[in-house]
Design a binder for this molecule. Sequence first.
Ligand SMILES: NC(=O)c1ccc[n+]([C@@H]2O[C@H](COP(=O)([O-])OP(=O)(O)OC[C@H]3O[C@@H](n4cnc5c(N)ncnc54)[C@H](OP(=O)(O)O)[C@@H]3O)[C@@H](O)[C@H]2O)c1
Length: 169
Amino acid sequence: MKPMIKCFIVAALTADGFLAKDKNQVSTSWNSIDDKKHFVELTKRSGVIVLGSTTFETFGSKPLKDRLNIVYSRSKNYEGAEMTDDEPDILLKKLEERGFSEVAICGGSSIYTKFLKAGVVDTIYLTVEPILFGKGITLFNDDVEYKLELVSESHTPQGTIFKEYKVLK
Ligand SMILES: NC(=O)c1ccc[n+]([C@@H]2O[C@H](COP(=O)([O-])OP(=O)(O)OC[C@H]3O[C@@H](n4cnc5c(N)ncnc54)[C@H](OP(=O)(O)O)[C@@H]3O)[C@@H](O)[C@H]2O)c1
């Protein structure tokens, strides 16, 4: 049976659509305070974050507190995090069995793509920051096509835009 647990992507993008300049760039080095607060609010609401080992290492391989940290890796182990290489539907089923009703997919590109392609993502929270990189890592790294419904959009006086999209399946 398909898990009932809700799954959302949360990501910050430059105005020209990049997640980062390169894979070593710390994901929190250029986004606004408002976006950092938004991220904490959403991820504390879910209680569990899922991310790839590259992203986890960009913030010093330290788990984010007050949330279960699940890290995708085929070879590594980090203190304070649970490691996985499960397919998305299997991981979601296990999390549902542990009592979670929502899970935050926190990147990077390979993990966003894996979950979107598995058809398990219900919602995408995108922050668009008023900054340009010109080139870099895109939100998804493979061919994907989904229609979205814009659920809400707001912006701060400093020009940070928050969008919530529902993924139409
Ligand atoms: N702007 C934002 O909101 C935001 C958010 C998150 C990340 N980022 C940025 O995104 C960049 C990193 O993205 P990325 O795509 O290069 O890396 P990533 O998705 O963070 O991590 C990739 C790693 O995840 C593991 N992995 C991937 N698929 C797996 C699978 N099926 N099974 C087991 N392990 C798997 C592998 O780890 P092993 O090599 O250890 O096996 C792989 O090397 C960084 O620059 C980061 O700052 C930006």
